[in-house]
Design a protein. Structure first.
Length: 93
């Protein structure tokens, strides 16, 4: 005989399914966080293993690329400002 306090069978099945899904989601979160921590450890180790000269060369290369990009963007900005001034001058005439 069924206990009157037990939920009906479809509700009990849904509850059991949701319980399993919640446990699975929690395990997935644990695995994902573990993988993220492994990645962080690997990145820290690789940064520690890099010698100072390689780090300085990478930083210098990145700085040069940023400088070149900045100069290119300034050129673009000047060209766009010139086009805008031409448009405004055309509207005034």
């Amino acid at each position: 005989m069924l206990n009157p306090e037990d939920p009906p069978p479809p509700l009990a099945a849904n509850t059991a399914l949701h319980l399993v899904q919640a446990k699975l989601a929690a395990e997935n979160l644990c695995v994902a966080s573990s993988n993220a921590l492994d990645l962080i450890r690997t990145l820290r180790l690789s940064a520690l293993l890099m010698d100072e000269e390689a780090i300085l060369l990478e930083e210098e290369e990145e700085a040069l690329e940023n400088c070149e990009r900045g100069l290119w963007l300034e050129e673009e900005c000047r060209a766009l400002e010139g086009e805008l001034m031409d448009i405004r001058n055309g509207e005034v005439d």
